[in-house]
Write a protein that binds this ligand. Structure first.
Ligand code: BGC
Length: 760
């Protein structure tokens, strides 16, 4: 076949050349080095710049622009990568343009936002993180990779590892929540899942994003400025990124934001000194969508040409969609503003990625029509999606065991999310086909069976605010606004004739994700009105929430007996929610993000510090609000089960340890309720006195355990010196001798503690 001929010719040249090129004492070049060096010797500067250029196809749009002539550019060797193109047929067509028409026949690399599933959609990442099930998250990434790679894709722009503590930011939905330690474990699991053990054609290259600090944008307003200290950067923002480097991630994406005046895409310290040199990261770095061009708006450069120079000199290897490298880099080299060596380093990283993916050996390795037909949305993948969706759900309240529901009697199922296919699969669902998602109405009918009468009513529009609905629909939403009075009347009729009311309310998917910041994170007013009216009936109400961020639920918590957080649970959402509602599955999810009582408390997260004037209701001059407590409505790590668990005080095997010792912590957990169930046993520490102030609690480990009703288990953890380290007053990552506390419990608030000392 044509491509085989090309690659053999290239390999043959590489071998011949390498025989002469090897300096005597240098380490032997790997086959990849030989191949890439040989290829680069043949490349013109234009061809090299082509490899650093990426364009979106017109198949899907994830940003504000399109390069009309991208197909001609491919054929001229001016493109290294295409994104937003998939299916074996389409990627094969574009790949042929590159491989057959260009002088050196270099294949394209196809990227796409496979964020929480490709066609089989899993819960949004924030939802999935609530499962605290690393194996399940690795599995969902693995399935996503298998489907994507069968559909022509080589590369996913995931995982998003931005620690975020501001629920106004819509993109909080894409991450793993607020905690650094847990976020790092999840980031690793996702990279392992996407990339698998090797690039054998059934996995894809992962891309850690957005480097860095995007989760700390001011006011939660998307694309806004970030200004954080070096301490926050090193303690909170960078660890999950580093974790993915350790896990062998193949690519990185920079963030849109600036940090302290320097946009990430021009931040040499961040991209070259930290990522490439200090962390020894050997993959390539792509910008975010037109992020180079946007530097002109940021105001750190005067024009796009300068922006390109700033980016490449900072260590950027690929320009996503901006055409800036393509337009100006050659001129910049001519003017001495950019060294050829800098371009060569970037080209080498991009070509190495293509080599590792096996694209030189077979550019069509990932166009697998047969696999696409049999594996995409297979029964096994849908089963996995249902399983992970159930694991992601968090029971926030269950007063007097309203849940699980009986499979008899009548249920009113009311709300704009009750019979809605599009929203179930959430934002950033890429190639996901929402026509195939299971609505809550269908799920309830299937799981409850014919013994239950279901009275459905939409009840309210997502929002009666026409400008919000118009914005949703302009971004691919399908929202239809009906007459609010008629909707309410139908809802009240359905509710009146039913024993129990299930209210499916929350956000439309378009109210979350990119460019979907909200200043008010409550359930929209149209749905609040519905809730208030339903409440007046005095019937048992179960609130089923679908949303992509923590919501303020103070009124709901005070008025309804049962609340189930289901996020946007994916293709199998309806079945999975029904499994939980009817007790086929006992919920065990725990929040990975704090739910505030009011937007005014933001930022609110569990590992806060004490301040010099800790809150004291009897002391006016203490750190508190006049109108609200400091506590969240639902803390980090929180989530109920249909059963109950009790914990003993943690027992430590030593009172004093040295840095070389291990500290064993044990606790007995008993299932004291009447269902079998799972519990996420969480371990936190506090360094009581540090050379810099330390958070009140920091998660250091957890175990998810299954206990039959009545069963007890001793749960053991081991702490080492590494768990006690932090950046000291001199920014050295170390532990300091002194007093520590260990906390074990079922969430970050409800814990029991023990003390120990670290000595020199
Ligand atoms: C987003 C990235 C995404 C890229 C490509 C950007 O707007 O910020 O997260 O990967 O588009 O679709």
């Amino acid at each position: 076949m044509y491509y085989r001929k090309i690659s053999c010719a290239l390999v043959a040249t590489a071998i011949t050349l390498s025989g002469f090129a090897q300096p005597k004492k240098a380490a032997p070049q790997s086959k990849m080095d030989q191949f890439v060096s040989s290829l680069m010797q043949k490349m013109t500067l234009d061809e090299k710049i082509g490899q650093l250029t990426q364009y979106t196809s017109d198949m899907a749009l994830t940003g504000p622009s399109i390069r009309a002539g991208y197909k001609e550019d491919i054929q001229k060797g001016m493109v290294g990568s295409i994104f937003n193109a998939y299916t074996p047929a389409y990627t094969r067509q574009l790949q042929e343009m590159a491989v057959k028409n260009t002088r050196l026949h270099i294949p394209l690399i196809f990227g796409y936002d496979v964020i929480h599933g490709h066609k089989t959609i899993f819960p949004i990442p924030l939802g999935e993180s609530s499962s605290w099930d690393l194996a399940a998250m690795e599995k969902s990434a693995h399935i996503a990779a298998a489907e994507a790679s069968a559909d022509g894709l080589h590369w996913t722009f995931a995982p998003m590892v931005d620690i975020a503590r501001d629920p106004r930011w819509g993109r909080i939905a894409e991450g793993a929540g607020e905690d650094v330690w847990l976020g790092s474990q999840i980031a690793k699991a996702r990279v392992k899942g996407f990339q698998g053990a090797s690039f054998d054609g059934t996995t894809v290259m992962a891309c850690t994003k957005h480097f860095a600090g995007y989760g700390f944008i001011q006011g939660g307003r998307d694309y806004n400025v970030v200004d954080v200290s070096q301490r926050t950067l090193w303690e909170t923002i960078l660890p999950p990124f580093k974790a993915t480097v350790d896990a062998g991630v193949g690519s990185f994406m920079t963030s849109f934001n600036e940090i302290a005046g320097v946009p990430s895409t021009a931040n040499k310290w961040l991209v070259t000194d930290v990522l490439k040199k200090q962390w020894k990261y050997d993959g390539f770095v792509v910008t975010d969508y037109t992020a180079i061009n946007e530097m002109v708006n940021h105001g750190n450069v005067a024009n796009e040409k300068e922006a390109g120079e700033a980016a490449i000199n900072a260590g950027i290897d690929m320009d996503m969609q901006g055409s800036v490298f393509a337009k100006y880099l050659k001129q910049s080299v001519g003017e001495g503003k950019v060294k050829v060596q800098t371009i060569d380093e970037a080209v080498r990283r991009v070509l190495e990625a293509k080599y590792k993916l096996g694209l030189f050996a077979d550019p069509y390795k990932y166009c697998n029509e047969d696999r696409a037909k049999t594996e995409i949305m297979s029964a096994a993948n849908l089963d996995a999606a249902r399983d992970i969706a159930r694991k992601s759900m968090v029971l926030l309240k269950n007063y007097q065991q309203v849940l699980p529901l009986k499979k008899s009697g009548s249920i009113a199922l009311i709300g704009p999310l009750a019979n809605d296919q599009r929203d179930m699969i959430g934002n950033w669902s890429g190639a996901g086909d929402w026509h195939k998602s299971v609505t809550l109405l269908d799920g309830i009918k299937a799981v409850a069976g014919s013994g239950v009468e279901v009275n459905y009513a939409k009840g309210a529009n997502f929002s009666d605010d026409k400008s919000i609905v118009a914005q949703m629909n302009s971004q691919g939403g399908e929202l239809v606004n009906d007459d609010p009075e008629a909707l309410l009347k139908q809802a009240m009729d359905a509710a009146r004739k039913s024993d129990v009311i299930v209210l499916a309310v929350g956000e439309s998917q378009g109210m979350t994700g990119e460019a979907a910041s909200r200043s008010d994170i409550s359930i929209p007013e149209s749905q609040q009105r519905l809730m208030r009216e339903i409440y007046t009936l005095g019937k048992p109400v179960v609130l089923v929430l679908m949303n992509g961020r923590p919501l303020t639920l103070t009124w709901e918590d005070a008025h309804f007996p049962a609340i189930l957080e289901t996020w946007f649970a994916g293709t199998e959402a309806g079945n999975a929610i029904a499994d939980v509602l009817f007790g086929n599955y006992n919920p065990a999810g725990k929040l990975t993000i704090t739910f505030p009582r009011s937007v005014g408390q933001i930022p609110l997260y569990y590992d806060m510090k004490k301040t010099g004037r800790p809150a004291d209701p009897n002391n006016k001059y203490s750190s508190k609000y006049l109108d609200i407590s400091n506590d969240p409505l639902y803390p980090f790590g929180y989530g109920l089960s249909y059963t109950t668990f009790t914990y003993t005080q943690p027992v430590l095997d030593k009172k004093t340890i040295k840095a070389t010792d291990k500290l064993n912590v044990s606790v007995t957990v008993t299932n004291t309720g009447s269902y079998d169930g799972e519990e996420v046993v969480q371990l936190y520490i506090r360094d009581v006195v540090g050379s810099v102030t330390r958070p009140m609690k920091q998660l250091r480990n957890f175990q998810k355990v299954f206990l039959r009703k009545g069963e007890s288990k001793e749960i053991k953890f081991t702490l080492t010196n590494d768990d006690l380290k932090f950046y000291d007053a001199n920014m050295k990552f170390t532990s300091e001798p002194g007093d520590f506390k260990v906390f074990v419990g079922s969430n970050s608030r409800d814990t029991q503690e023990a003390d120990f000392k670290l000595t020199l």
